[in-house]
Ligand binder design. Structure first.
Ligand SMILES: Nc1ncnc2c1ncn2[C@@H]1O[C@H](COP(=O)(O)OP(=O)(O)OP(=O)(O)O)[C@@H](O)[C@H]1O
Length: 672
């Protein structure tokens, strides 16, 4: 089987919609190679359809007066041992040769697709087993597999089709696995999972439409290989049997007299080469035109769900602050000692550690921190979206009083699907590019509220109106690419409102938008919150945004919450040196433009190399001996503000930045 093509970039929502896909395939015909391959392909296919209709009689006419003749004006390629015209026989054999090769390719694609997407459907253990079987099968040479299957399925055209189909399946299985795993990581799949869409529907509606194009391209290339393999099996006497004939069979017949009449063997050989090259060339041209590359990547293992049964993280258990515990009945979300662990090269890596917080009904809580501080993973863990091999553990993870660590995934889906919404960073990837917006919104209502298609679409229109999408009746029929970025983000929020959300988690919802649209989206989130008393967990790099929208701010560093402070007091009452540095790094109207803007010197901690003491100590102006030795616990004061610092609230020297930066520069210049 030919080398497989995988997309250089994952199919983006910018390009894979059906109409433009068609356009891209046609655009390939505008290149010289693509056009030649296209013409050849049409020619071969027409020949396969028409040749038996027009020339079967000439091909089968026995003429014992002219047996085994060479080329002549009457018989361009000569005759066989019954005097039948070989030229017409080669033409007529096109249908069987091409038809059987295409059938074998179809079997390879279907079986490969089933094997490749099985890990998405059958759960972790069975999925691993399927993947292992595919890996072993891929390691076998294709021809060996084909011969093996040919013996199993028996001699003849059916056996040969099955043999070549099954021999090609592992390659397509691997390709499907790679593509499906890439799609499964996309935001719109996460959104569908939050909406409670079951695995089969997820596969049929969201994954398959997005992996179809590369599969078809590879199948086209694969058809060339299948043609060659089929000719090989027929040549060996394992494929098509007399009186039927394909090119392989004609090649075998012609080979016995090759020294006397070489054309008898050459003609079917040329036909095999030309047709094989045609499929290959066309597939390669399309692949090049639509941006597929020739190497197959490592197969990401994908399995469902997180495993909550493992023991909790061995990091300090801070617990929910007293005032949050007391108000637990009013808490929409209660998280206690949450950790997320991944396997690493040198042992488990824990990018989220001992995170505890609660969000009350109608409250807006911001989560800030530098890149890699664990903000998104915390949100994904809450939404039960961490995939294996990631592992979530917590002493408590409750949403609307329901323990998300107990009970079935189905029950969680139902609860999260109706009462929880997640808005992702990139509105480009939040929707399935191959489905109309209205259908994607309606899916939630049909899944959880038992609405009919019509009712669900009517609700989608209503929800789009609620998020101020103009001409909502028309917009529901459009594809995501027909929406602007801001409108797509609003539609995503509208999707969250299809149920009756008590909590919206918005992970950097405005980062990918321009400033004006940012403001509109933030205002929309605020108005929804105010109108329906919906709680909001807003994750952002942007301290200014969080300060503007939220009641309370959780500051994360190295996978932990290091401070929990009212948003209004962020500038005045923050006590952790990291929070103060984050606030100082936000320029305001009074900033002195003659001085460099404040930055936080040094680099964030690599989760794989957590220090023993306070992880911020190497960058901290207040760090002392104890900070290097002991990691401070997150401690609440009487007012409920929490901070994890041995020197919380101590004054920071004016010149700390200059000193720290000088230390950094000198450090960077020193040989290691
Ligand atoms: N699947 C994963 N496997 C291993 N490590 C991961 C995985 N996902 C995230 N991490 C690591 O966990 C850490 C926290 O990631 P996370 O995405 O939560 O950070 P973040 O604060 O949201 O950053 P950003 O603002 O850039 O999104 C990072 O160091 C990241 O490399």
């Amino acid at each position: 089987m030919a080398e497989m093509m995988t997309p250089t970039a994952q199919p983006s929502s910018a390009d894979p919609r059906p109409r433009r896909r068609r356009g891209r395939w046609l655009a390939v015909l505008h290149t010289p190679v693509g056009a030649s391959a296209g013409v050849l392909l049409v020619g071969v296919l027409l020949l396969a359809i028409l040749a038996p209709l027009f020339w079967t009689h000439q091909a089968n006419a026995v003429d014992t007066n002219h047996v085994l003749e060479g080329t002549s004006s009457a018989h361009w390629v000569g005759t066989d041992n019954l005097g039948r015209d070989l030229f017409f026989r080669v033409l007529v054999a096109t249908r069987l040769s091409i038809g059987l090769a295409l059938l074998a390719t179809a079997i390879a694609v279907v079986v490969g697709l089933i094997l490749g997407t099985a890990p998405l459907l059958v759960g972790r253990r069975a999925g691993r087993l399927v993947t292992a079987v595919v890996n072993i099968a891929v390691a076998f040479p294709g021809l060996l597999l084909a011969l093996f299957f040919a013996v199993i399925f028996g001699i003849g055209r059916t056996g040969a089709v099955l043999a070549i189909g099954f021999a090609g399946a592992p390659t397509f299985a691997r390709l499907s696995q790679t593509l499906a795993a890439g799609i499964a990581e996309r935001d719109f799949v996460a959104a569908a999972r939050i909406a409670g869409v079951n695995r089969v529907r997820l596969l049929l509606r969201h994954v398959l439409p997005n992996i179809g194009e590369p599969l078809v391209v590879n199948a086209t290339i694969g058809a060339g290989g299948a043609l060659l393999s089929f000719a090989g099996l027929s040549f060996l006497g394992l494929g098509v049997q007399a009186p039927s004939y394909d090119w392989g069979r004609l090649l075998q017949d012609g080979l016995s007299g090759i020294y006397l009449h070489p054309a008898a063997a050459l003609a079917p050989g040329v036909a095999i080469v030309v047709a094989g090259l045609t499929f290959n060339l066309f597939g390669e041209s399309v692949a090049k035109g639509i941006g597929l590359t020739g190497t197959i990547g490592r197969i990401p293992l994908l399995s469902a769900g997180t495993d909550a049964e493992q023991p909790a993280a061995a990091t300090p258990d801070e617990g929910i602050p007293a005032q949050d515990r007391e108000e637990a009945p009013n808490a929409v979300l209660a998280v206690e000692n949450l950790s997320v662990t991944f396997p690493g090269a040198d042992g488990p890596v824990r990018p989220v550690r001992a995170v505890s917080f609660a969000v009350r009904r109608g409250e807006a809580v911001g989560v800030v921190g530098e890149s890699g501080s664990g903000k998104s993973l915390t949100a994904l863990a809450v939404a039960r979206l961490i995939e294996e091999p990631g592992h979530v553990a917590a002493d408590r993870l409750e949403f609307l009083g329901t323990d998300l660590l107990a009970g079935t995934a189905r029950a969680h889906r139902q609860l999260l699907g109706t009462s929880f919404a997640m808005v992702f960073q990139d509105p480009m990837t939040s929707f399935n590019p191959t489905r109309r917006i209205g259908h994607q919104l309606a899916e939630v209502a049909r899944q959880h509220q038992g609405m009919t298609r019509q009712q669900a679409l009517a609700r989608a229109v209503d929800r789009l109106r609620a998020v101020r999408v103009p001409a909502a009746e028309r917009r529901v029929r459009q594809y995501p690419h027909e929406f602007s970025g801001g409108m797509r983000q609003r539609a995503m929020i509208g999707m969250g409102l299809m149920g009756d959300p008590a909590l919206i988690i918005a992970d950097e919802p405005t980062t990918a938008l321009d400033v004006t649209v940012q403001r509109q989206v933030l205002e929309l989130l605020q108005s929804i919150r105010a109108a329906d008393n919906v709680a909001l967990l807003l994750i952002s790099h942007d301290v200014a945004v969080v300060r503007q929208v939220c009641d309370r701010v959780l500051v994360m560093y190295a996978g932990r919450i290091v401070e929990d402070v009212p948003a209004a007091e962020l500038s005045t009452a923050a006590r952790h040196p990291y929070t103060r540095a984050l606030v100082a790094a936000v320029p305001d109207m009074h900033v002195d433009l003659n001085r460099p803007l404040p930055v936080i010197p040094g680099r964030p901690v690599d989760p794989a190399h957590q220090p023993v003491g306070c992880p911020y100590a190497p960058r901290c102006p207040l760090a002392g001996e104890r900070c290097i030795r002991e990691d401070p616990a997150l401690v609440a004061d009487e007012a409920g503000r929490r901070v994890a610092c041995w020197h919380a609230g101590e004054p920071i020297p004016d010149d700390w930045q200059e000193k720290a930066m000088a230390r950094d520069i000198i450090g960077a210049g020193e040989p290691s």
